[in-house]
Design a protein around this ligand. Structure first.
Ligand code: GLA
Length: 342
């Protein structure tokens, strides 16, 4: 077990730190204090390490595109229609950042913040906790929120991501991670297989806001109840505007893991376990070569984001769940990622 710290970059006069956690199997993750970002997931390949996350080499690159690469998302993942929702019988409006709507916590979401951190190490695991107090005036959501994001790497090659929130007023809390994975040795995820324990996905309007209607996956390219090759599924969506997946699956978390991504060529796989009721699947359909990734220029389908969360635009849809964080109550959400190369 090992922890290393380095300066990643300087942004607006602030040092951005990179912290690398390594376990006894030579698996490592690195995190950035900007956006509490998951920067690298390094897995051993013979005597070397391979990074299976999309990432950038500068703070500017992280912040200058709309794709939230690797970043922590909060207070609320996904879109809130017109930045407006009911809370305690009142209509609350929060700042918008995508047309009339609020995406991923709005213009001052978790991803835009520089977080404090401390680390912790035992024989079996190593972890880092990012913490930040976010005032109501800073991001425009009700209440001052004390938030933490903890990444723990253990010797079973599991990464456990834990979000906590506590506010002095009732507010919303629906955080997630926007890590994009590519397990393979090729530039795209088209050769990967995907399985999701979900039989329904959400209908969305032209602004990707849920209409409230659930659609069955059965008999459609959205059906990942058994392993499906992503290249085949994406091919079947070429007639759509999106030309790939940017979809919200309803999860019944009684079966774990909720999703398995695998690369049959390298035998690398990743499963995700979570008790949340939704998984957003985004296959980076709109990436272009203007994105200067560490692995080279961007291109469609180069990574897949698997965002475990509560169904978005939650308070505007009965039955989507409850993302209200009650005043003075600490709430914890956990997402567990299991890597394997067997
Ligand atoms: C989520 C959304 C997408 C897109 C990405 C970030 O995956 O569903 O529409 O906004 O975040 O670019």
């Amino acid at each position: 077990m090992n922890i290393e710290e380095a300066i990643f970059d300087t942004y607006q006069g602030h040092s951005i730190h990179k912290i690398t956690l390594t376990n006894d199997n030579n698996v490592a993750i690195s995190l950035l204090s900007l956006g509490a970002t998951w920067h690298e997931f390094l897995v051993p390949i013979q005597d070397k390490q391979k990074n299976i996350l999309l990432n950038f080499s500068t703070a500017h690159d992280y912040l200058s595109n709309p794709f939230y690469i690797g970043m922590a998302i909060g207070r609320t993942a996904g879109r809130i229609k017109n930045g407006t929702f009911p809370l305690n019988g009142q209509s609350v409006t929060v700042p918008t950042n995508e047309g009339q709507n609020t995406l991923h916590g709005g213009p001052s979401g978790f991803n835009t913040l520089i977080w404090d951190y401390n680390s912790c190490q035992s024989d079996e695991a190593v972890s880092i906790t990012f913490s930040r107090s976010i005032s109501h005036n800073e991001d425009g959501f009700p209440g001052d929120l004390a938030a933490t994001v903890t990444y723990t790497l253990d010797n079973h090659n599991r990464v456990t991501l834990q979000f906590t929130g506590e506010s002095n007023e009732d507010t919303l809390f629906n955080p997630t991670s926007h890590a994009y994975f590519n397990l393979s040795d090729s530039k795209t995820i088209l050769g990967h297989q995907l399985m999701i324990t979900s039989s329904e996905y959400l209908e969305m309007d032209s602004e990707k806001i849920p209409t409230g209607k659930l659609l069955p996956v059965k008999g459609t390219p959205f059906d990942f109840t058994t392993n499906q090759q992503l290249g085949d599924a994406i091919q079947a969506l070429q007639g759509t505007t999106e030309k790939g997946f940017d979809d919200i699956y309803k999860i019944t978390p009684n079966q774990q893991p909720i999703v398995k991504l695998s690369d049959p060529t390298s035998h690398r796989s990743l499963t995700i376990s979570s008790s949340r009721n939704a998984l957003v699947v985004f296959t980076s359909n709109s990436f272009t070569k203007n994105l200067a990734f560490n692995s080279g220029p961007g291109e469609p389908y180069m990574g897949i984001a698997l965002e475990s969360q509560t169904l978005p635009d939650t308070p505007n849809h009965p039955g989507f769940g409850d993302v209200v964080l009650p005043k003075n109550q600490k709430v914890t959400h956990t997402i567990m990622y299991q890597y394997s190369d067997k």
